[in-house]
Design a protein around this ligand. Structure first.
Ligand SMILES: [Zn+2]
Length: 514
């Protein structure tokens, strides 16, 4: 639904100008400052005008009337766009776009993702597109992500703010508010609503682009702040806002409010923190489906049936053992595009993405499970993957199609490679305890289903369906149970490792292995 794979966009453009009001502009943050970048909604897809991008990034755009394409030169590299195709050729390499370029009069529009997927690689500049905060961050501009929670805890309210990457900051009290200033050009902040209004009335952006204001409530007495290493190389800032401890705080009107207990021990130790970034939602992807059978065993077992059976079992096991929400990319024998699978996970803010497959090999003896995470190395195991059939027919500029492994190096998964590697290691270790492993048990490969995933993501080849013995295993109840148990174990271990309780400052020597 979101991803239009082929070009049906161009024909319906007459109405663009008359459509609903334009969406809010993006802000481009660079060493040169801030600039707005307008977007236009075209067939449900947010787009930038190529004219505006040309001005911002010094591009030259040429229409190639003969080939019916657009050649965009950015720092000597050429990006070729073809009307009707949701692909761009960047210096000869193909990247996918969520939609084809669109035209209104003489102005061409490209999907917002064009900037990170096509422009950044050709400019050789780091460009991050942060859709939720509508930011385009160019170069080494410091724009940490800030997200937080407020937890009322008896006589205190604990404000926890995670800043990633770690960013120096200072906290000062100014009357009835605390001012938190970051050493940054701007903040990409998702601030929590107050759940303890008598202590913290509001947390809101400050007057400068890099500050946060904490408005204090009527019961405010004092505060204390601490910080510790957070998730994903970030900092966790914990600000405890403590209630007044004198009788003055307990107003006579507050009937039923008992006198406040003795102050000192009231604050729980930091070990009681809710684990940072705990796992709440997991997307389980049953590979293939519908018109795509996947690999077929010598006895006729289809990969798509095995993956669905295991996915369903894994969902119920994860839900009952971890109490997490599990979303299946398909719960029927249905065709689901690769891009849609990742986008389902992204749209549901999943914390993990696990794609299930069964392997195929021309060698009938190949056996054992393999765990993959994304390779950013463009030529990694391409030949092998192609041999295993994970290819796609793509249109080629100039006409025709050819089968290629579409390799992307989209920003989304690139940010999670290390965590995906850690997850893959946990999965591999847990599988090894329960099922036969291939000699190449852990690998990196440019799987398309993983590239767009905006969270740690792994792909599990549970066994070789082309091996008669393994085919029987894959279809068996006992083996499927073992796979599911191993995956549940690995996710628990991964969670415990990445969200290990951080020792309170007083016990800071106590081994905070991460
Ligand atoms: Zn597969």
């Amino acid at each position: 639904m979101f991803f239009l794979r082929t070009g049906v966009l161009l024909l319906a453009l007459g109405w663009i100008g008359a459509q609903a009001p334009a969406p809010a502009p993006y802000t481009v943050l660079s060493a040169d400052g801030r600039r707005p970048l307008a977007t236009r909604l075209i067939n449900g897809q947010e787009m930038f005008s190529l004219d505006e991008l040309s001005g911002l990034f010094q591009l030259s755009v040429k229409e190639d009337a003969l080939a019916g394409g657009l050649a965009i030169v950015a720092k000597g590299q050429t990006i070729v766009l073809t009307p009707g195709q949701s692909l761009a050729s960047v210096g000869g390499r193909l990247v996918s776009l969520p939609a084809a370029p669109a035209r209104d009069g003489k102005v061409w529009f490209v999907p917002v993702d064009f900037v990170a997927r096509a422009l950044a690689p050709s400019l050789g500049t780091r460009i991050e597109v942060r859709k939720p905060s509508r930011l385009v961050v160019v170069g080494d501009v410091r724009v940490p992500r800030i997200a937080g929670t407020i937890e009322p805890q008896g006589t205190l309210a604990r404000l926890t703010l995670d800043a990633a990457p770690a960013t120096p900051h200072a906290i000062v009290q100014e009357g009835q508010r605390l001012l938190l200033r970051f050493e940054a050009e701007a903040l990409d902040a998702t601030l929590p609503a107050s759940t303890a209004p008598d202590l913290i009335t509001a947390v809101r952006p400050g007057d400068t682009p890099s500050s946060v204001v904490i408005e204090l409530g009527p019961r405010f007495g004092s505060y204390r702040a601490s910080e510790m290493p957070g998730d994903r190389g970030g900092t966790r800032i914990v600000i405890d806002v403590l209630a007044q401890t004198t009788a003055a705080a307990a107003t006579p009107g507050a009937a039923g409010t008992p006198a406040l207990p003795a102050p000192a021990p009231a604050a729980p130790p930091l070990l009681d923190l809710v684990p940072p970034g705990g796992i709440r939602t997991i997307v389980v992807d049953a590979g293939h489906g519908g018109s795509e059978d996947g690999a077929r065993g010598p006895g006729g077992t289809l990969e798509k049936d095995v993956t669905l059976a295991v996915a369903r079992r894994l969902k119920s096991a994860l839900e009952s053992r971890l109490g997490v929400r599990v979303i299946l990319t398909r719960d029927a024998d249905a065709t689901v595009e690769l891009d849609e699978r990742a986008s389902l996970a992204n749209n549901n803010k999943a914390d993990l993405f696990v794609s299930l497959h069964a392997n195929a090999s021309v060698r009938g003896s190949a056996a054992g499970a393999e765990v993959f995470y994304l390779s950013l190395d463009e030529y990694g195991d391409q030949a092998q993957r192609v041999a295993q059939g994970e290819t796609e027919a793509v249109p080629v500029f100039g006409g025709g199609t050819r089968d290629v492994e579409v390799i992307l190096w989209e920003m989304a998964q690139a940010r999670y490679i290390e965590q995906s590697a850690a997850l893959a290691q946990a999965v591999e270790a847990a599988l090894r305890e329960r099922v036969p492993m291939s000699p190449r048990a852990i690998q990196q490969a440019p799987f398309r289903v993983l590239v767009g995933a905006n969270m740690p993501a792994v792909l599990v080849e549970m066994g070789f369906i082309t091996n008669a013995e393994q085919e029987k295993l894959l279809g068996s109840d006992g083996f499927q149970t073992s796979i599911v148990q191993a995956l549940v174990d690995s996710i628990i271990r991964y969670r415990d490792r990445t969200t290990a309780a951080v020792p309170a400052p007083a016990r800071a020597g106590g081994g905070a292995e991460r």
